[in-house]
Ligand binder design. Structure first.
Ligand code: DON
Length: 576
């Protein structure tokens, strides 16, 4: 089945690579027995669609849609299925953000980001000399924020869900209890992490296999199935109190961690007012702080709006130059002005004022790269990792959900809660441990994003929904740490400016600039040799990087919903 599935992905790649092939394939429906149900290479669907990081979770989401569940029901089921089938990033021990737009046009965003425990403090990662202790915010029990995912799903379901909660969790329990066959990618990723799992988890054997994992091996997660069973039966209380809370507190005690049962009881996700902006008549609904994603995305769009990108063309030197210069300036602002709005007054309106963005672009020079040293955050009155995950869902009525969720690093802190079988996040690294010291993504921060008890760490996650003429147009988002914002930005431009279809827009090579370090990080062959040389002559430092992000998106077209599943991962689109 895995083979057949990868065959479908391969067909899709050929499909995009060769127009003649495209005509041939779209004229003939290629059907084979896929995961449980016949799957075809049909590209457009009328009744709904799920695009997410694993085929198993996509199937779970599609089944829920077919049973009459709405997009939020499917999202809840996908979230828990990803916690089983994508242990690197799918989670119950992490957090995330949701953007929602109902078929009637109502919109909302849900913040289920982790919070610093009550015992956290500003200098908790500094040694006696005031230096950041390496890895302390990444691979220790103190690296974890209080998890938000379970509460987030409970709240989303309470407000919008239609099907019974238990029926949404059961597919994940079945996957954990009965096991599923690991893909080549997951086998390699689990094997790579094996030594760390052993080192950080004495007396536990989760996700470890002697001799390493192979594609097709069955992964059974019995303790995780039990924990999910409690969540199925007791909802929020199945995680934030009772046995699981005891197990988590015990795990913290054994490892000098900070999260207490009181922290768990006090955790609540928050409905926030979305950032809503306009780009050439498209209405962008996106995530507000404590994610920097929405504001930064709008600033980027404002920065490039007046230029003829469509005429210049995809990844040509002028387009790249403009995009890079916009990204440089926006990330400088991010370092100073963005943090948890419950603790720090983020100057949202000022940052979003088009005149402000225009003033930031005023010293952009076509002849030479602006050195980042000459750019500071404005004034007014990685590194790549693929281990967060994003999913986009639309249902039969047209309700749309975009969720990005994470443990931060791949497998989070790599520390499991003993007995409960789930991984803890290392989201505390997203705080600024010390001004001027970059986090794992090379991002800088200061007071706005300093550690305080109960505060949420700044994020780059950018789940986004776009309307055109008052109707749903696109659902988009991605993992990728600091590159999230620029990947979402470029995917949107690929469709709106460069005329790419959804799959092509997701597949297209991406590049990234984040102010500091002052280099343009590019995916292999993102620029042709001529473009590369023109940019280098103008002073742009180009750094070759691995794959950037895993964008999963849906576009509404006249022929139905078209998905874009990122070929950089096991990402899968399924519709009906
Ligand atoms: O919230 C954030 O911005 C980061 N914790 C996201 C991490 C991430 O995307 C990792 N994987 N690619």
């Amino acid at each position: 089945m895995t083979f057949l599935f990868s065959l479908e992905q391969q067909y899709l790649r050929w499909f995009k690579a060769d127009f003649k092939c495209c005509l041939f394939l779209s004229a003939s429906l290629f059907i084979y027995p896929g995961y449980g149900q016949p799957v075809s290479v049909q590209t457009h669907y009328r009744n709904g669609m799920v695009v997410c990081a694993t085929p198993q979770a996509a199937q779970v989401g599609l089944d829920i849609l077919k049973k009459g569940g709405n997009a939020v029901d499917a999202a809840v089921a996908v979230q828990f299925a990803l916690a089983v089938t994508l242990p690197e990033a799918g989670n119950i021990g992490g957090g995330g953000f949701m953007a929602y737009r109902s078929a009637k046009g109502e919109n909302s965003t849900l913040d289920f980001r982790e919070k610093a425990p009550a015992k956290a403090s500003m200098n908790m990662y500094l040694d006696a000399s005031g230096n950041v202790v390496p890895n302390m915010s990444l691979a220790t029990h103190q690296a974890s924020g209080v998890p938000g995912s379970v509460d987030g799903m409970v709240e989303a379901h309470k407000k919008y869900g239609k099907l019974k909660w238990a029926d949404l969790i059961q597919p994940a329990i079945d996957l954990a209890h009965n096991g599923f066959k690991v893909s080549r990618r997951l086998a390699a990723s689990l094997t790579r992490a094996g030594d760390q799992f052993k080192k950080l988890n004495p007396g536990k054997s989760y996700l470890i296999k002697d001799g390493g994992w192979k594609e097709g091996d069955l992964l059974i997660q019995g303790d995780l199935a039990k924990t999910l069973g409690l969540i199925r039966d007791k909802g929020r209380d199945g995680f934030y109190s009772g046995i699981v809370a005891e197990q988590l507190a015990e795990e913290m005690n054994n490892g000098s961690g900070l999260i207490t049962k009181t922290d768990l009881q006090n955790y609540h996700s928050i409905w926030r007012k979305p950032i809503i902006g306009n780009y050439k008549g498209y209405r962008i609904i996106t995530m507000p702080p404590p994610s920097s994603g929405g504001i930064a995305l709008m600033q980027l769009l404002h920065s490039v709006e007046k230029y003829p990108l469509a005429r210049w063309g995809f990844n040509c030197d002028s387009a790249v130059q403009l995009i890079v210069e916009a990204e440089r300036r926006v990330y400088a602002d991010r370092s100073k002005y963005m943090g948890d709005p419950d603790f720090y007054k983020v100057p949202v309106d000022s940052l979003l004022r088009p005149a402000y963005t225009a003033s930031r672009m005023a010293n952009f020079n076509w002849n030479a790269a602006t050195p980042s040293t000459s750019i500071q955050p404005g004034s007014f009155a990685g590194y790549e990792s693929d281990q967060t995950t994003h999913y986009s869902i639309v249902d039969r009525e047209g309700n749309a959900v975009a969720i990005t969720t994470t443990l931060n690093d791949s497998f989070g802190s790599k520390i499991f809660v003993k007995g409960a079988g789930f991984l803890l996040n290392n989201e505390m690294d997203d705080f600024s441990a010390k001004p001027g010291v970059p986090n794992m993504y090379g991002l800088l921060g200061g007071t706005a994003n300093s550690i305080q008890p109960g505060k949420r760490m700044l994020s780059a996650m950018t789940p986004t929904i776009i309307e055109k003429s008052g109707k749903l147009f696109m659902i988009v988002g991605t993992p990728g740490g600091s590159t999230i914002i620029t990947s979402v930005f470029q995917t949107i431009l690929n469709v709106i400016e460069f005329g790419q279809d959804m799959q092509q827009a997701v597949t297209s090579k991406r590049f990234h600039h984040q102010w500091l370090p002052d280099d343009v990080q590019i995916e292999k062959d993102a620029f042709d040799p001529k473009t590369r040389s023109i940019l280098q002559q103008k002073g742009y430092k180009i750094a070759d990087h691995g794959p950037s992000g895993r964008v999963d998106a849906i576009l509404k077209t006249k022929d139905g919903y078209e998905g874009g599943a990122d070929p950089r991962g096991d990402d899968t689109k399924m519709g009906w």
